[in-house]
Write a protein that binds this ligand. Structure first.
Ligand code: LM2
Ligand code: CA
Length: 489
């Protein structure tokens, strides 16, 4: 056992060293840049279906002060009309005019966010256009499927003959996944020079409006070499995060895209969520996950909260716990998710008579609620526990994650010498002692009280003595302390 562990640690160290050797280099080696695609880093938040004016306001009031580095917006381009949220994923043109706002509002949001130290990442829907056969888009552009004025004509699309209706059926077939239609969405021929330049033109336009990078929607459905060719047309250093939903046995895997940028690692939540639901937390296995530097991770996103996510806003304290554990981890770039409550998975965010989403304000929300009305914002980004954990994460910096300890359902771990977290996903109170090298004293609990710099406001503390952080945890409670959360002696 001991030998095995040592061997595993040795391999891990060797991998880390190899990684360092690859990027540290000895200076003027232009190749080094190519082996390390740009990473946006820090902590991000997906603000799903939030109008640009709402995001701009929150950058100053909430996101900047909480320490978020970037915000992921919903797709900004013109789309089909309708009340469902997913109209955003059926582009009609690349005009920045959508249910979420105008180009001017988009630019104002970017300016406001930049002023608050928050970068804007846009969701780039570039694999396809509409599934809808004909109509007029949100900004007034008339279209038919495969013909989008000023952009594309039928020759710019794959017209796959591999399935009876041209839609993807078999995910073990690379050709189907990448050249047939995803749920009937007109599939762009991303191998063509015209398509690549047109897409890059749109993305450059967004960069001109100040965005910092992109989520590449449905990246799995484009050959990695096509995505790479498009990204290559953008200014060097533009970070992208490819959405490649990992599926075992599938032809296309996330690893193919890590030379372009980070990928969303879906496996992370698939491992963490069920542990919380079962009330049995364990150290992460990292099996079937890309290396940390290549991963963007999340507890849920707009698709998985409507799909297979085990833990969502509906789970209150467990959802908070999942997000806190993700922020405490030393793996990947964490992305918090903030959407709205729904009972109908198709239901869009509340719209005004003009079809624009009305938006909501999270000032005043400081914690998860027991219940939400349909359409009500969840406001995860405004929870003081999240801001507290971003502070905790900054304090933990690059300190490694120590092996966890358990007592009953309670589980906790230290980021060596810097910070300790403990969580009780069980149904009764637990006492847990976590080994730590923090000095003795009473530390502010940043989950209960938010960032300690704001003064340990509620007075919740955790005692450290004799090399142990001693947690008393109610059912469903998470607590976290760090080296900057001044001991109160
Ligand atoms: C994504 N990532 O790869 C997005 O994260 C996901 O939200 C998108 O699907 C998808 N890819 C395409 O961009 C969403 C939504 C689908 C919806 C599509 C297109 O999850 O349900 O499909 O957008 O709007 C809808 C209907 C579906 C219908 C389709 C075509 O829900 O039943 O399929 O339109 O009419 C026949
Ligand atoms: Ca495709």
């Amino acid at each position: 056992m001991r030998r095995l562990r040592a061997a595993a640690a040795f391999v891990a160290a060797a991998v880390v060293l190899a990684g360092l050797a690859g990027c540290a280099g000895t200076s003027a080696q232009p190749k080094a840049a190519a082996s390390h695609p740009p990473v946006i880093g820090g902590v991000g938040v997906e603000m799903f279906q939030r109008p640009w004016t709402s995001i701009g306001a929150e950058c100053g009031s909430t996101l900047g002060p909480a320490g978020f580095s970037w915000v992921l917006t919903s797709p900004p381009q013109e789309h089909i009309t309708g009340s469902q949220w997913w109209t955003s994923y059926q582009p009609v043109s690349y005009a920045v005019d959508s249910k979420l706002g105008t180009e001017e509002q988009f630019a104002d949001m970017v300016t406001a966010c930049k002023a608050a130290g928050v970068r804007v990442v846009a969701d780039a829907v570039i694999n396809h256009m509409t599934a809808q056969g004909a109509g007029t888009g949100f900004a007034g552009t008339a279209f038919t499927k495969y013909a989008y004025p000023g952009l594309y004509t039928p020759k710019d699309f794959h017209h796959c003959a591999l399935t009876p209706d041209g839609s993807i059926q078999d995910y073990t077939s690379r050709a189907q996944v990448q050249t047939c239609e995803l749920v009937g969405l007109a599939d762009l021929d991303t191998g063509s020079a015209h398509v690549r330049t047109t897409i890059a033109g749109y993305l450059k336009h967004l960069l001109g409006l100040g965005v910092a990078g992109f989520r590449i929607d449905a990246a799995k459905h484009m050959a990695a070499k096509d995505v790479a060719a498009i990204v290559k047309l953008l200014p060097a250093g533009t970070p992208v995060i490819s959405e490649v939903i990992r599926g075992s046995g599938e032809a296309v895997q996330p690893e193919e895209y890590t030379r372009i940028g980070q990928v969303f690692e879906f496996q992370y939540a698939r491992e963490l969520g069920p542990q919380l639901k079962a009330g049995v937390l364990m150290d992460p296995t990292r099996i079937d996950e890309v290396p940390s530097k290549d991963a963007a991770v999340f507890v849920d996103n707009h698709d998985t909260e409507r799909g297979d996510a085990s833990v969502t806003y509906r789970d209150g304290s467990l959802y908070l716990m999942a997000n806190a554990l993700m922020l405490a981890d030393d793996y990947g770039t964490p992305v918090i998710y903030s959407g709205y409550a729904f009972s109908d998975p198709d239901a869009g965010a509340p719209q005004g008579p003009d079809g624009r989403v009305i938006g909501w304000d999270c000032a005043g929300t400081t914690a998860p609620k027991a219940t939400y009305a349909d359409g009500e914002g969840v406001c995860t980004e405004a929870w003081k526990s999240i801001a507290g954990m971003i502070e905790w994460r900054t304090a933990a910096a690059s300190a490694p994650r120590e092996p966890g300890v358990s007592q009953g359902a309670a589980y906790g771990f230290e980021r060596k010498g810097k910070a300790v977290i403990a969580a009780n996903p069980g149904s009764k109170p637990e006492t847990l002692s976590v080994p730590t090298s923090l000095k003795d004293g009473a530390y502010c609990d940043v989950i209960a009280d938010g960032p300690s710099m704001k003064g340990c406001a509620g007075g919740a503390t955790v005692l450290v003595s004799d090399g142990m952080a001693r947690f008393e945890l109610d059912a469903g409670q998470t607590a976290a302390i760090h080296i900057g959360a001044e001991p109160h002696n």
